[in-house]
Design a protein around this ligand. Structure first.
Ligand SMILES: Cc1cc2nc3c(=O)[nH]c(=O)nc-3n(C[C@H](O)[C@H](O)[C@H](O)COP(=O)(O)O)c2cc1C
Length: 361
């Protein structure tokens, strides 16, 4: 771990931060961060999907300028990147989410703060020009509403309701290394969990499942906030259509970075089917396996309006603190611009499936 603002030599791509961080981090924290659930089939599938999509180059059609701006929920963003909600930045940097927020701000990148952050959402908000809050259903409507009101009052611009991980599924390697969240890292955005009475014959899993979100929970949230609500964890066309019918403002195609149900599709595979079903107007974001500007380009071409960056943010934070986060984001933006130029796309709207070649590279 390193809080010094220097970028080690040899970091020339966003992905280099992964290698450098995994060398530096204690083994149990590295396993927590890098790992996926169960056999890690979905974790691997996320990355492999990018290798099945090729690009087409542009001859004599190279644009003279390249504009990466996008409109998202009525706001103009300088580029189609956001930082995904990732829990417990305190494991990686002494300033925890404040450090990540500084990096995001320097790179003009919205941050989606996890409700499992180690820093109070009110403390992070002033460091963000554009922050969203991610939440899980908090056992009861009252508890969930208290968290929503805090986000509204602190100035967050949108809520992201994560629905694909009602129970957490720890990675096997992290378990082998006995990874545990140290007790000094608090979860100041969450109220202590309500203890559910043990019913004879009921397993611990069954107790947890009683608190999982339902469509009624979603309806409650939609009716009780003026903020746009996006649902994260969507992979199936039927779910995407149903959720939009309920009135959600956007969908995030995600499998929690391969950390929820192992065996679900790679997000890049699910994305074009969902875009086709929901139409061009729906707000559709995607995450999972993005490690380069080329990956961003492919996700946009297959229907994403913007993408979220998960593990890379903590890899960069581990190696070079806030500067690393900003540098990693800058490299992604510059590589996206290069890829757009070489494939003949002057702006984000020009990135469409015609720029892709399906088949192994
Ligand atoms: C260590 C870790 C913690 C995460 N914590 C959360 C979280 O608190 N809430 C959430 O919605 N997603 C969480 N995610 C999932 C990310 O938001 C995102 O979907 C995923 O990391 C994207 O894949 P990538 O890491 O390959 O970019 C977490 C992911 C990781 C790796």
């Amino acid at each position: 771990m390193n809080s010094q603002p220097t970028i080690p030599p040899g970091i020339v791509s966003a992905e280099d931060y992964e290698t450098a961080a995994l060398e530096r981090l204690p083994a149990d924290i590295a396993a927590w961060l890098a790992g996926g659930s169960a056999g890690e089939w979905t974790l691997r599938a996320n990355r492999r999907a990018f290798g099945r999509v090729g690009l087409r180059n542009a001859l004599c059609r190279v644009p003279r300028t390249v504009d990466t701006r996008v409109e998202l929920l009525g706001e103009t963003m300088q580029h189609p990147l956001l930082l995904a909600p990732v829990a417990s930045h305190g494991l990686i940097h002494p300033l925890a989410e404040l450090a990540t927020a500084q990096g995001a701000q320097a790179a003009d990148t919205p941050l989606v703060l996890s409700c499992q952050a180690n820093t109070a959402l009110e403390q992070v908000a002033p460091h963000l020009s554009h922050g969203w809050l991610q939440l899980y259903w908090q056992q009861t409507p009252e508890r969930t509403l208290r968290l929503i009101r805090r986000a509204e009052e602190a100035g967050y611009c949108a809520l992201v309701l994560t629905l694909d991980a009602p129970v957490q599924s720890p990675g096997r390697q992290a378990q082998r290394l006995r990874f545990e969240l140290p007790s000094h890292l608090g979860l100041p955005n969450l109220e202590p969990a309500l203890r559910r009475e043990a019913v004879p014959g009921q397993s611990a899993l069954e107790r947890l499942l009683k608190d999982a979100a339902t469509l009624d929970s979603l309806a409650f949230i939609l009716h009780n906030t003026h903020l746009p609500v996006l649902v994260k964890g969507v992979l199936e066309v039927a779910d995407a259509v149903e959720l939009l019918g309920y009135g959600v403002d956007g969908l995030i195609v995600s499998n929690h970075g391969g950390r929820a149900l192992d065996g679900v599709s790679a997000t890049l595979d699910a994305l074009p089917l969902i875009r086709q079903a929901v139409g061009a107007q729906a707000t559709l974001l995607m995450d999972g396996g993005i490690r380069s500007g080329y990956d961003v380009f492919k996700a946009l071409a297959l229907g994403a309006d913007a993408v979220l960056i998960g593990r890379l943010q903590l890899y960069a934070l581990a190696v070079a603190g806030p500067l690393g986060v900003a540098h990693m984001l800058k490299m992604l933006q510059e590589e996206l611009q290069l890829c757009m130029a070489l494939s003949g796309c002057a702006d984000i709207a020009a990135i469409d499936p015609s720029r892709l070649r399906v088949g192994q590279i």
